[in-house]
Design a protein around this ligand. Structure first.
Ligand SMILES: Nc1ncnc2c1ncn2[C@@H]1O[C@H](COP(=O)(O)OP(=O)(O)O)[C@@H](O)[C@H]1O
Ligand SMILES: [Mg+2]
Length: 238
């Protein structure tokens, strides 16, 4: 049976969509098959071309049920469901069906206040700092805020996802042929962390140092067979 990761939270703009795509891209780079599931009715589906994962449109309740059933039947796959924000009922539903729940939040009082509420509402969920500052002084201040305000939840906090302007490339309808190396590295690190939490065995990723290497890897053809397997919802594929 496939594992399902849901990225939810009651606040918009925290990085749910970005994180969903980074996680799926990272899974692809680590040789794992995944599907990024859109549930946000305010968003349009993105083209799967050039991505190392599939995308599924589940913006209606019926479509979500079908997509989840389909993913569940695919042995060894990972479904990543991108929540919509400001939708408590949907978040509860997604929480109920997920193997792992991530709650991204930024370094802002509003985000921290909301993530505390979400951590209380969803006791199995993990908070993940997103769009985290990379400047040492800002970073230190952000860590202090976390210690002071999220100290009680320290054991449910994941390592931060840094601010990375290249992350927006994954949200483009069509992604460029080559993605910058730091983005690939961040995607791989996130995917490795999630695989570890799901107790899926995987070799530790090595950091890419050259753009060319990342570009070549992007062109390896993993997607067509993945698409085929998903379309036929074949339970025999691994
Ligand atoms: N790690 C990051 N680094 C830089 N910008 C980011 C990062 N994560 C998200 N963003 C930006 O923040 C905005 C909101 O992100 P998005 O993923 O759409 O949030 P949500 O889905 O929670 O509404 C987008 O413009 C996105 O490009
Ligand atoms: Mg979103």
């Amino acid at each position: 049976m496939a594992e399902i990761v849901c990225i939810i939270g009651n606040k918009g703009g925290t990085g749910k969509t970005t994180l969903s795509h980074m996680l799926c891209q990272g899974m692809g780079l680590l040789g794992q098959r995944s599907v990024c599931v859109l549930t946000d009715t305010h968003r349009e589906p993105l083209s799967p071309d050039g991505r190392r994962y599939l995308v599924a449109d589940a913006r209606t309740r019926e479509a979500l049920g079908k997509v989840v059933d389909k993913i569940r039947a695919l042995q060894g796959w990972l479904g990543v469901i991108d929540g919509g924000g400001n939708r408590s009922e949907m978040d509860r539903k997604l929480y109920g069906l997920a193997n792992l729940v991530l709650l991204p939040f930024r370094d802002s009082h509003e985000d921290i206040r909301t993530v505390i509420q979400d951590l209380e509402t969803f006791p199995r969920a993990w908070a993940i700092p997103s769009q985290w500052p990379t400047n040492p002084w800002q970073q230190e201040a952000a860590e202090k805020t976390i210690r002071e305000q999220l100290g009680k939840y320290a054991d449910r906090l994941l390592p931060p996802i840094n601010t990375l302007s290249a992350s927006k490339l994954l949200l483009q309808t069509n992604i460029p042929d080559k993605l910058p190396t730091p983005l690939g590295n961040a995607c791989r690190a996130l995917a490795y962390q999630v695989l570890d939490m799901l107790e899926v065995a995987c070799e530790a990723p090595e950091e890419e140092v050259e753009d060319e290497a990342a570009g070549e890897k992007m062109n390896e053809a993993a997607a067509p067979s993945a698409a085929e397997a998903f379309d036929s919802a074949s339970p025999t594929r691994h």
